[in-house]
Design a protein around this ligand. Structure first.
Ligand SMILES: N[C@@H](CCC(=O)N[C@@H](CS)C(=O)NCC(=O)O)C(=O)O
Length: 209
C-alpha cells in the first residue's frame, strides 16, 4: 500500500493512525501541500479532489484479476481499510454504536477542526510578529467549549469514547487533540477526563504514526 500524505495534515494522520492500529505495512509518499504538489497533473490523476490523503492498494477484483485500488478522503479510506482488513476491528459491531462512531468522526472532521484550523494557521503559517493573540485565545476557548461534548461522554469513567474498546471515534479525534494541546488549549486544567483519555491515546503506538 502507498499512502500519499503530508506530515502535518490531520486528515493524513487520521489514516496513518488507522494503518498502524491495524498493523498494516505501507509506504509513504509525501505530497508537499505547502508547495501545491496536490494540484500536479500526476497527483490529480490519482485524487481528482487534489487533497491529501489518498491511498493506493492492490486487491484482486471479485473475479480474481489483479487490480490497483485508489481511495481518497480520510473517512472513506478508513472505512475501506475496515472493510478490506477487518482485524483488528475499529468499528463496533452494534449498529447503534457504529452510527455513534461515524457521528463522532464526522463531528471531529467538521466541527472540532474549525478552531484547530485557526490555531494551526496562526502558529504554523503566521510569523510571530503577525500573530493575532485575540484570535488564538478565542480559538483555544472554542476548542475547550467543543471538547466539553467529549467530557460528557467520558464522565462515566469509560476508557474510550465508545466504551471499553478503542475505536475509529478515538482515532479520528487524535490529530485535533494533539494540535489543541500543542497550541495551548488548557485541556488538562479545564477538562481532566478529556486529558486522561488523551493520555491513553498518547500511550498507544499509533499516536506517533
Ligand atoms: N475530506 C477530506 C479533506 C482533505 C483535506 O482537506 N486535506 C488537506 C490537508 S489536511 C489538504 O489536502 N489541503 C490542501 C488543499 O486543500 O489544497 C479528508 O478527510 O481527507
Amino acid at each position: 500500500m502507498i499512502l500519499f500524505d503530508y506530515p502535518a495534515s490531520p486528515n493524513s494522520r487520521k489514516v496513518r493512525i488507522v494503518l498502524t492500529e491495524k498493523n498494516l505495512n505501507y509506504e509513504r509518499r509525501i505530497i508537499d501541500i505547502a508547495k501545491g504538489e496536490q494540484r500536479s497533473e500526476e497527483y490529480l490523476a490519482l485524487n481528482p479532489e487534489g487533497k491529501v490523503p489518498a491511498l493506493l492498494d492492490h486487491r484482486p477484483s471479485p473475479d480474481g484479476q489483479p487490480r490497483q485500488v485508489i481511495v481518497y478522503d480520510s473517512t472513506i479510506i478508513n472505512e475501506y481499510l475496515e472493510d478490506a482488513y477487518p482485524d483488528p476491528p475499529l468499528f463496533p459491531r452494534d449498529p447503534a454504536s457504529r452510527a455513534m462512531a461515524r457521528a463522532l468522526e464526522d463531528w471531529a472532521d467538521n466541527n472540532l477542526v474549525e478552531p484547530i484550523g485557526v490555531l494551526f494557521a496562526q502558529n504554523v503559517f503566521t510569523s510571530e510578529r503577525r500573530r493575532n493573540s485575540a484570535k488564538i485565545k478565542e480559538a483555544r476557548l472554542r476548542a475547550i467549549e467543543l471538547l466539553r461534548r467529549l467530557a460528557l461522554l467520558l464522565d462515566d469513567g469509560r476508557p474510550y469514547l465508545l466504551g471499553d474498546d478503542y475505536s475509529i471515534a478515538d482515532a479520528a479525534m487524535t490529530p485535533s487533540l494533539a494540535y489543541a494541546t500543542q497550541f495551548g488549549a488548557p485541556i488538562s486544567e479545564l477538562l481532566p477526563k478529556v486529558a486522561q483519555w488523551y493520555t491513553r491515546l498518547k500511550n498507544r503506538p499509533s499516536f506517533n504514526a
